[in-house]
Design a protein around this ligand. Structure first.
Ligand code: ZN
Length: 526
């Protein structure tokens, strides 16, 4: 596909234009009855069809073989207008700097008769950005319009168009195009282009288009490119940085259960997925709002969702939800101020963790927190010096003679999949006479499958450039890469918990708590 879909599928006739029936009906009636106003103004957000409509009108006014109100698309006028080469149709983009200088002069040519067509037509996009002198030149013509001149104006910001101009135009408001219409158009285009797609994939794209078919089609272009010539939900999700609902629920649950380790792990996962933290925060706020509503009605929710929501609602109460909502929305607002999105997001989640509802189970929750935190953190501190992070940049040795060699090899050379899981949970034992021997904790012996082992062996051979054999025995393995990573993430949690204590937002919430909340149902968790 050499041509972008939005350009290739730009409607060329009224009947091809979707989602603006009310405007199209009014225009086609006027054209077929020969009642042509001398100036139209199309308003509406970007990508809803304003300039597309302008071009179709320009063709309809100059076409030699109208088909009802639709231009034929084959006569010289139609073809030349489609290629922007028709001398009597003058297209200006007031938002473009390159045309600023000659706009006034171009508008002054309105006085002259058209060269080849019946009408001289000015199409001016983003007309609110015209210079004062250009507006004046246009007004002169608008006040006493010659028969041969038509103005078709478009703007995303009609408030900024001078009243003197507005009052002389017939105004049409183009609406954002509804999701089902965008979706149907995408399906039609994909069918025609013989591109495979699934319904959920284009549903997501249609929602993200936010009422603009043009934006929707360029998203579609992207997703075809990234989905290897197909449009499937999974690849669309990863392109848009969408995470599953269940992940957002999991985050909230982890914070309600004061499980900081899980929280840090999940945040790492989101980062690895390449998802947008800002989007996740939006979803979080939406989830909290739904939970608040959940108390009032469960209508429209399916069984699984009701169960999941109930479990969350049991751990909180209405006022606590209000507070969490506030933390999520303020966090979203402040996200651009954070050093990076991940740091900002982690802070928001920790703020949520800092407050507990004082419901009956509250005492238990607080206890859970202190148990969960202190023990592993002190342990973590003592091992901190051997954190793998510091070694990470070091070169991977060309031999595997020690457990440290092994861990470096795994962290740098074993990238993905179950082979990685296996390797991360294994500890080095020995390397003798071409046999690399590892030990795997009994807890993880389900990973001991030939295909994972063979994959790992392949990677080791590649790295060492010798035909060694890999031997893995289930037993005890405690000094593994995974264990290091757990320690590392606990260290990070420790640090962020400290940061949280100094967080001005949490401080102010704590001090204002009495003011914000009517009752004392919520209290800081420390
Ligand atoms: Zn024609």
């Amino acid at each position: 596909m050499s041509l972008a879909l939005a350009r290739k599928w730009r409607p060329k006739t009224f009947s091809e234009l979707v989602g603006q029936d009310h405007v199209v009906n009014a225009l086609t009636n006027a054209i077929s009855q020969g009642r042509m106003h001398h100036a139209w103004l199309f308003t509406g957000t970007r990508g809803v069809g304003k300039t597309t409509l302008a071009r179709i009108i320009a063709k309809a006014l100059n076409c030699n073989a109208l088909n009802g109100a639709d231009p034929c698309g084959r006569c010289d006028s139609c073809l030349l207008i489609d290629q922007s080469r028709f001398v009597d149709v003058i297209e200006l983009d007031a938002a473009s700097n390159t045309q600023v200088d000659n706009m006034r002069e171009l508008l002054e040519t309105a006085a002259y008769k058209p060269t080849v067509g019946e009408y001289k037509i000015f199409i001016i996009d983003e007309v609110h950005m015209l210079s004062r002198s250009a507006f004046n030149a246009m007004l002169k013509t608008l006040e006493e319009p010659p028969e041969h001149v038509k103005f078709i104006l478009a703007t995303t910001d009609p408030q900024k168009v001078p009243v003197t101009v507005l009052s002389r135009c017939l105004q049409f408001n183009l609406k954002p195009i509804p999701v089902p219409i965008i979706k149907a158009q995408m399906a039609k285009i994909l069918d025609d282009e013989k591109i495979e797609f699934d319904s959920q994939g284009i549903e997501l794209l249609s929602r993200y288009a936010r009422g603009s078919l043009r934006d929707g089609l360029s998203l579609l272009d992207q997703s075809i490119a990234q989905g290897d010539g197909q449009v499937q939900e999974e690849s669309v999700k990863s392109m848009l940085g969408i995470v599953d609902d269940s992940l957002v629920r999991g985050l909230l649950e982890a914070s309600l259960e004061q499980d900081g380790n899980l929280l840090v792990q999940m945040i790492d996962d989101i980062e690895r997925m390449g998802a947008s933290f800002s989007y996740v925060l939006d979803e979080m706020a939406t989830l909290i709002q739904r939970l608040s509503l959940f108390a009032l009605t469960t209508e429209g929710l399916d069984e699984d969702l009701i169960e999941g929501y109930q479990a969350l609602v049991n751990q909180t109460d209405e006022e606590h939800l209000q507070l969490l909502y506030q933390i999520a929305t303020v966090g979203k607002r402040d996200l651009p101020l954070a050093p990076n999105e991940k740091v900002g997001f982690t802070m928001v989640m920790l703020r949520m963790m800092a407050f507990l509802p004082a419901v009956e189970s509250g005492g238990e929750l607080v206890k859970k927190k202190s148990e969960g935190h202190q023990e592993p953190i002190t342990k973590a501190k003592s091992i901190k010096t051997s954190s793998p992070k510091e070694d990470k940049k070091a070169n991977v040795p060309g031999v595997i003679h020690t457990n440290e060699d092994w861990k470096k090899f795994v962290s740098e050379r074993v990238a993905t999949g179950m082979a990685k899981m296996l390797a991360e949970n294994a500890e080095f034992r020995s390397f003798n006479e071409g046999v690399l021997s590892l030990s795997l904790d009994n807890e993880h012996k389900h990973l001991l499958e030939d295909r994972y082992k063979n994959k790992l062996q392949e990677l080791i051979r590649e790295h060492l450039s010798i035909q060694c054999r890999l031997e893995i025995n289930a037993g005890v393995a405690s000094d593994t890469l995974l264990a290091d990573q757990v320690v590392e993430s606990k260290n990070r949690l420790d640090q962020t918990t400290k940061d949280l204590e100094d967080d001005p937002f949490v401080k102010s919430l704590k001090s204002d708590l009495g003011g914000i909340l009517v009752s004392e149902s919520i209290r800081p968790s420390e």
